[in-house]
Write a protein that binds this ligand. Structure first.
Ligand code: ZN
Length: 427
């Protein structure tokens, strides 16, 4: 019954209509139970309680601001399961390189597949790391497309800067599709200092955000500090080790300092940030840390310092990372994974890590609005497949899953068709 009511509501897109839901939850707000959300022309015109006596008629849905996955690499979305071995990061990178070389043609099909997965998982905005020009067209989930650059040699630096310039030149068409651009010097062990400097200058000049993998492994720290270890061996085996670049006595702050000068930056992972990096981040709130919980667990890293970071006032948001280290691209599952491991954490405090705060971290403030009267009805609907009586228990429940992302411009016919199809399967 409720399914046909939802379908009727979806079919009235743009008209005056009312959605009656079990929960409305904005991050750090009071959960509202059994409410009507009225919208017209995509703008919310009223939010009010369902009349007394009719509460049981609310649809089994929770409305939250749009889900945001702050970090992924969609080109790996054709993978059915993560690559191994997880026990050795350099060996895992070897697997990634081998897998990528074995893929025929361009990764655009995998990227499209990943975008579809994101859309079906209720994600409104994705921080995507791209290694080629980005072909996605609407309708669909919006992206911040960070053009990745990897380069340790002179020739490679020139090639990569050329590709970055081309990405910047494609800005207008990417923005016309509702997405935006960013840059991503890959990581300290794959980016020459000169490439880092040039990309920073470009990000400042063109006012675009930057994402960089930082302090992901102990091997990376060892390479910078001492110029040896498993990561140095890996670079040597690839013919990429330059003793002038990795001469030791380098540290993570060398990368955080330029990131503090760009408009918005993501320090991806930060698994092994030490006190001095945390102190730096406290003073530079334009840099956010992206924690990828299930990827972090896949590699069996030491416990992530996200609670210490948050307590110090550092913005920490969540990402999935790619399907090379994660079974799927469900950002809600990342939060649920964390909540299961930390029963003391508050759902309403944590929700912003996959919604409003993550949008701010990506520099897309239009995705960071709460669901409230007078705003565009941009939101994610979660299906609550149980009878939990609190919002906390509902969000933690395994049966609670994303159903639909509603963007400012609504949703596509494909969304309606998919939902009707899923209903016919479940009845
Ligand atoms: Zn990554």
């Amino acid at each position: 019954m409720w399914r046909s009511r939802l379908r009727d509501w979806m079919e009235k897109q743009g008209q005056r209509r009312i959605l009656e839901v079990r929960w409305l939850l904005n991050p750090r707000g009071m959960p509202l139970r059994n409410v009507q959300i009225e919208d017209e022309g995509g703008i919310i015109t009223a939010i009010r309680p369902i009349a007394a006596g009719r509460e049981s008629e609310s649809l089994p849905l929770m409305v939250i601001p749009p889900l945001v996955n702050a970090h992924t690499h969609l080109e790996f979305s054709a993978l059915e399961e993560p690559l191994g071995p997880a026990a050795s990061f350099p060996d895992w990178i070897r697997s990634v390189v081998t897998w990528r070389r074995a893929q025929p043609g361009s990764p655009s099909l995998a990227i499209e597949k990943g975008m579809t997965q994101c859309r079906e998982l209720g994600v409104g905005l994705v921080g995507e790391i791209a290694t080629q020009s980005f072909l996605h067209r609407p309708p669909g989930t919006a992206c911040v497309v960070f053009r990745e650059a990897i380069g340790l040699t002179r020739e490679r630096i020139a090639d990569q800067l050329q590709a970055v310039q081309e990405h910047i030149a494609s800005r207008t068409s990417i923005e016309a599709a509702g997405s935006s651009i960013g840059l991503s010097p890959h990581a300290p062990y794959t980016v020459h200092p000169e490439l880092m400097q040039k990309m920073t200058e470009l990000a400042i000049r063109h006012r675009v955000p930057v994402a960089m993998h930082l302090a992901e492994t102990r091997e990376e720290l060892r390479l910078l500090q001492h110029g040896d270890g498993a990561m140095a061996d890996f670079l040597k085996s690839m013919g990429l080790f330059d003793s002038a670049v990795f001469s030791g006595h380098r540290q993570m702050l060398e990368f955080l300092e330029p990131l503090a000068r760009v408009p918005q930056a993501l320090a991806v992972h930060g698994n092994y940030f030490a006190e001095q990096e945390l102190s730096f981040l406290v003073k530079h709130p334009s840099i956010s840390v992206v924690y990828c919980p299930r990827t972090h667990a896949w590699f069996q890293h030491s416990e992530h310092p996200f609670r210490r970071m948050q307590a110090a006032g550092i913005r920490v948001v969540l990402g999935t990372d790619s399907r090379a280290s994660n079974p799927d691209l469900c950002i809600l599952s990342e939060l649920q994974f964390l909540l299961r491991r930390h029963s003391e954490l508050s759902v309403t405090d944590m929700l912003e890590m996959i919604t409003t705060s993550a949008a701010t971290a990506l520099g897309r403030n239009e995705f960071s609005c709460p669901v409230q009267t007078g705003h565009a009805f941009a939101a994610t609907l979660l299906l609550c497949d149980g009878e939990q009586t609190t919002v906390d228990a509902t969000l933690r429940a395994v049966g609670t899953r994303p159903l639909l992302a509603i963007s400012k411009s609504g949703y596509a016919e494909a969304d309606l068709a998919r939902i009707v199809r899923s209903f016919s399967k479940s009845t």
